[in-house]
Design a protein. Structure first.
Length: 403
């Protein structure tokens, strides 16, 4: 079954050529993109959809979320808005509520949050464990995450539970807990920050997870300059996320990881993506991550929602894009690219087409997965020009129309 989507006023491909096509059309065949080009030369298809002069871009790729949780942390949010500073300890509130929730309800809550994200144009997302913090609870979260999201990340090293020795808990994270979650996850993460895990503990966790065959991610440099970026670069992490406080040396180190990557062909050795989480920055009243300096320094940047109950209870990637344009000094094209292709880079899903069956996401090109987002606007500029407006008109996810 093939579908021709035509009368697209602006098609922002975010492919390697950074093409923006006018008066365009796309043909979807099964779950793949079969053709793109001028509407005037579009081939016939089994079905046709008129985009009505609207803009199309790739579906959002949200590479950093925490969707496996129960409970509410509005009191903590109100306290922050009244002037209290953010600290990592609030995670414990969510841990208690999540442990008390049944498998059925935890799955229902997670799937509901995924559906909210898809309704706003997100077509591929990662989510993490980290609100269980026992072997049994982390394994449960990993199992549910593997069914609810496209990719799952092990974040047993989110917080040391109250009453536990940090060293003993790190041993648990590197040993029995890792073994229990390993069948369900592709990635491992660590919250390397004051009040969470030290540099030494973080290195132990990341090394153990790497030895177990997991890809690496790091929560780093959120609350101040620290070792997060250095660790991510040293251990070859796919991304370091938050990156609010960076030294010039941090930016240079991240840029150096991309020295063997050819951005024009998408070949070579991927470096460490700097993932910025602007919704979280606003909620915690931290300085916005220096996305402009990172891009100018040669670092590949992603935008993600960090959807979680404590510091960023939103899955709106459009909100993140608008913030990146209005307050972080990215162009619309740069912000959309960070929220699509950048997220795919961070999840190692920027490549792959018909030959291997693992089709690329985050860009619109022949052979890539048909993840498409149509805006109720003639151009993507409206994402920042009309911030906060519900601009999602239609969504295709792996070739299936979801909205």
């Amino acid at each position: 079954m093939s579908t021709l989507i035509t009368n697209i006023a602006e098609l922002m491909t975010q492919d390697l050529e950074h093409r923006v096509l006018k008066d365009a059309a796309v043909v979807v065949e099964g779950e793949r993109i079969a053709w793109i080009g001028s509407a005037a030369s579009a081939p016939a298809a089994d079905d046709a959809v008129d985009a009505g002069g609207r803009a199309m871009l790739p579906g959002w790729v949200d590479s950093h979320t925490h969707l496996l949780f129960a409970g509410d942390r509005t009191a903590e949010f109100e306290a922050r808005m009244a002037g209290e500073s953010y600290s990592a300890g609030g995670i414990a509130v969510t841990v208690d509520a999540t442990r008390a929730t049944s498998d059925f309800d935890l799955t229902r809550l997670a799937l509901g949050r995924v559906a909210e994200a898809v309704s706003q144009g997100t077509t591929y997302l990662e989510t993490k464990t980290g609100y269980g913090l026992t072997v049994e609870e982390e394994a449960r979260s990993a199992r549910i995450a593997s069914t609810a999201a496209d990719q799952a990340t092990y974040l047993g090293a989110h917080l040391v539970p109250a009453g536990m020795d940090a060293g003993e808990y790190t041993d648990l994270v590197c040993g029995p807990m890792l073994a229990a979650v390993r069948p369900f996850v592709q990635w491992a993460d660590v919250f390397c920050e004051t009040g969470a895990f030290t540099e030494e503990q973080s290195r132990r966790v990341l090394a153990a997870c790497r030895d177990a065959g997991l890809g690496l991610r790091v929560h780093g440099n959120q609350l101040g300059e620290g070792p997060g970026v250095r660790l991510a670069v040293e251990l070859g992490a796919a991304s370091v996320d938050h990156v609010n406080y960076l030294s010039g040396a941090d930016v240079e180190a991240l840029a150096g990881t991309w020295s063997r990557w050819d951005a024009t062909s998408g070949t070579g050795e991927r470096g460490t993506v700097a993932t910025c989480l602007p919704a979280c920055d606003l909620s915690t009243r931290q300085p916005l991550a220096p996305a402009r300096a990172l891009l100018d320094g040669g670092v590949q940047v992603a935008l993600a929602s960090n959807c979680n109950p404590g510091t960023s209870y939103t899955s709106s990637m459009a909100y993140c894009v608008a913030t990146a344009v209005l307050q972080m000094r990215l162009s619309v094209h740069e912000a959309v690219r960070a929220a699509t292709y950048g997220g795919a880079l961070a999840l190692h899903r920027d490549q792959g087409a018909d030959a291997d069956g693992e089709r690329a996401v985050g860009s619109i090109a022949v052979g890539h997965r048909a993840d498409l987002h149509v805006l109720n606007a003639p151009s993507a500029t409206h994402l920042a020009y009309r911030p906060g407006m519900p601009l999602t008109y239609a969504v295709w996810r792996a070739g299936v129309r979801e909205r």
